[in-house]
Design a protein around this ligand. Structure first.
Ligand code: ASP
Ligand code: MG
Length: 410
């Protein structure tokens, strides 16, 4: 018999009815004789509420206590889920991160898992007990509760699947799999049966919200097969109705572009007439890095006149802070003008087939040209191409590209 980790996200445990429904899926797997660990998120909206409470005390607060508060949502659902399983006559108990222990570094609010001592957890699962684990939380070396960043329960689930050497990690969510693009943007998007780790990682980091990026990294590193599936159908994971995220070799479909992601999280900053001398980029990006600001796309224009323009994107949340930093560094950077634009979108094509197929980028630019969409910046990786465009064209661009690359459902 197999060992599965089943993870239920916030919408899947939104209220008592949903928790009971999730418990019925766990029960169905247990009935087939499988050993099971369940990982739960907080009820939808609860984590946001907790963050709001913390900010209500003060927008600037101690992050150790922040995690003590914010991690509680998962404790509630773990207890309720264990009860719901017991109600069905199953042997189940809840586990908080510290009880396992799931050890992390002490980077509160975005802690990384350092070790999972799964010995006692595994023993009890082997004896037939269903382990219901609070996702998102861990414990640091100094015995403080930590949390793994928004969406972190995905990472908890995959990490536990690796530690328990589970046969598969099923992620139950409100969509029934990974789609070629966001089905809310085009009804022609279709569900992928399989997708490689690399493609999923790229899609997740470029804006697809199905899985937390770190969970995909973790799955890839440990070779955990992850399945994304819907809680709102009758199917269960053993029936393979979702999308399987797995090794490249086993993804069968040969395609150049697998999916299209978009992100509206970015804001664009342009520095005009920056001195074109060594060290200037280091001053700009060094100052932003010291403030913990992540920079995404960077474009520098060529310079004949001795000055150049530098354009880059940061997260929208970091825009005001970035502008403030750049203003205070102005004497050193010596630009003439500082521009900011929040209304931008990054549209990305992802596909393993890009490695060996020329012309993918050209087709993307032609498609944008046909729709008269101006490209503000371009970025490529081995298996992706992204363009920065005005936010108002997001849907138009995604739909046009979806058709252009033959992804429309027939
Ligand atoms: N409850 C946490 C969040 O809302 C973790 C998770 O659901 O994955 O981000
Ligand atoms: Mg999630």
């Amino acid at each position: 018999m197999a060992l599965f980790v089943l993870k239920f996200g916030g919408t899947s445990v939104k209220d008592i009815e949903r928790i009971k429904n999730a418990a019925s899926k766990v029960a169905a797997e247990a009935k087939l004789g499988h050993k099971i660990a369940v990982v739960v998120s907080a009820m939808a909206g609860v984590t946001d509420k907790m963050i709001e409470y913390c900010n209500g005390i003060s927008p600037v607060h101690d992050m150790r206590e922040h995690d003590a508060v914010v991690s509680t949502g998962e404790q509630v659902t773990a207890g309720l889920m264990a009860m719901a399983l017991q109600q069905r006559g199953l042997n189940a108990r809840s586990w908080m991160g510290w009880q396992i222990p799931l050890c992390t570094d002490s980077n509160h609010n975005k802690a990384r898992i350092t070790d999972i001592n799964a010995a006692s957890l595994r023993d009890r699962i082997e004896q037939g007990e269903i382990a219901v684990i609070a996702g998102f939380q861990g414990i640091s070396e100094d015995q403080s509760i930590t949390t793994l960043g928004r969406g972190g329960s995905d990472t908890s689930a995959v990490a536990l699947a690796a530690a328990l050497k589970a046969d598969r990690c099923d992620i139950y969510t409100d969509v029934d799999g990974v789609y070629t693009t966001d089905p809310r943007i085009t009804s022609k998007a279709h569900k992928l049966k399989r997708i490689s780790y690399d493609e999923m990682l790229e899609l997740a980091s470029l804006g697809a919200k199905v899985l937390q990026t770190r969970s995909v990294e973790m799955a890839m590193r440990h070779g955990v097969s992850v399945q994304v599936l819907s809680t709102f159908t009758n199917a269960i994971g053993s029936e393979y109705p979702g999308t399987l995220v797995t090794n490249e070799e086993t993804t069968m479909e040969q395609r150049t572009v697998t999916g299209i992601a978009y992100s509206l999280n970015g804001a664009k900053i342009t520095l005009i007439d920056v001195a074109d001398t060594p060290g200037v980029a280091a001053i700009i990006f060094g100052a932003l890095a010291r403030a913990g600001i992540n920079v995404d796309m960077i474009v520098q224009t060529s310079s004949e006149s001795g000055t150049t323009s530098i354009t880059f994107t940061v997260e929208k949340n970091d825009l005001d802070r970035s502008l403030h930093i750049l203003e205070s560094e102005r004497p050193k950077i010596k630009y003439t003008n500082l521009l900011a634009d929040k209304d931008i979108a990054k549209i990305s094509l992802v596909g393993l087939g890009m490695k060996s197929n020329p012309g993918i980028a050209a087709k993307m630019f032609e498609t944008m040209a046909e729709k008269k969409i101006n490209i503000q910046a371009i970025e490529t990786s081995e298996i992706s191409i992204s363009v920065l465009i005005s936010e108002e064209y997001t849907e138009l661009a995604v739909r046009a590209l979806h058709s252009a690359y033959g992804l429309d459902k027939s």
